[in-house]
Design a protein around this ligand. Structure first.
Ligand SMILES: Nc1ncnc2c1ncn2[C@@H]1O[C@H](COP(=O)(O)OP(=O)(O)OP(=O)(O)O)[C@@H](O)[C@H]1O
Ligand SMILES: [Mg+2]
Length: 266
């Protein structure tokens, strides 16, 4: 039974899930995009916040990021409200970004702005507070870095999913991300690691089969960190969702299985 029933009258408390990895190109944006349309297909009220200046969520949903008048950047700086930037596409509410977000760090960390932004790592958490009563799930797409933007994303989240390819460098990226999360947990933040999602798996290759087995074995010894049973195969259909800007869960059935696996534990 899912934690948040769409039929409940009890005040909702959104689950806020960041999809994070410091390794680039591991399927963070594909996971957020497909999870969102998967959750919507199951009747959950779902939003995405794009915390990556690459603005790939806009692209994934067929929206031109350069035409956005205001973005999450303006909200974080206190110059807009979340409701001012909300867009909707394919049943998902979108709080988008574009390249303007790359100025975030220099804006909020500038010594001259100390008074205006006394707690720069909690700006997204405050922004999420404006909308979290409206949703069952809020998914946050993050950038492949451990900067102040990612820190904001993690501190605003209740849960984290870490996508990784079953390949050496990508697996190494898992440990970097886990140590960042551990650091934040040690400072008192309550963040639950939902698990590691194997992505772009080529199960006809020895390398991926061996590395996937190895990944499962490694984390079997750390029972608080799960490697999801569902794996996402490398398939052109997943890439196409992004390049065509038309996410469609019926074309990404592994992601629907993944959403169901998440719902069974979250
Ligand atoms: N399962 C898949 N099979 C094939 N291609 C995929 C799959 N998932 C994602 N892709 C493609 O691989 C590329 C990288 O994926 P994606 O953008 O989701 O990664 P990312 O982790 O968000 O990258 P970044 O770190 O740059 O934000 C994209 O071109 C995407 O369309
Ligand atoms: Mg991305």
């Amino acid at each position: 039974m899912a934690r948040h029933s769409k039929t409940t009258n009890i005040a909702k408390l959104a689950r806020i899930i960041a999809v994070a990895s410091q390794k680039g190109g591991v399927g963070k944006t594909a996971t957020v995009t497909n999870m969102a349309v998967g959750l919507v297909s199951l009747g959950y009220k779902t939003a995405i916040i794009d915390m990556d200046a690459q603005g790939h969520i806009a692209f994934s949903f067929g929206i031109k990021k350069h035409n956005l008048r205001k973005t999450i950047y303006d909200v974080l700086l206190g110059e807009a409200k979340m409701r001012d930037i909300k867009q909707s596409a394919f049943g998902v509410d979108l709080y988008l970004s574009n390249n303007s977000l790359s100025s975030f760090s220099s804006s909020v960390l500038a010594p001259a702005n100390n008074k205006q932004f006394p707690a720069p790592k909690y700006l997204l958490k405050n922004a999420v507070g404006q909308i979290k009563a409206q949703y069952d799930y809020i998914l946050i797409d993050t950038s492949p870095s451990n900067d102040i933007l990612t820190l904001n994303s993690l501190l605003a989240s209740t849960d984290i999913i870490i996508p990784a390819l079953p390949e050496g460098l990508s697996v190494d990226g898992i440990y970097d991300t886990l140590s960042l999360i551990k650091n934040i947990q040690q400072q008192g933040a309550k963040i639950n690691i939902l698990g590691i999602l194997p992505t772009m798996v080529q199960d006809h290759t020895n390398l991926h089969n061996v590395m996937l087995q190895d990944l499962r074995k490694r984390f079997a010894e750390t029972p608080d960190i799960k490697v999801f049973d569902t794996v996402i195969k490398r398939a052109i259909r997943h890439g196409l969702a992004q390049t065509q800007g038309e996410p469609d869960i019926s074309k990404a059935p592994e992601y629907l299985s993944f959403v169901k696996e998440v719902l069974s534990i979250a």
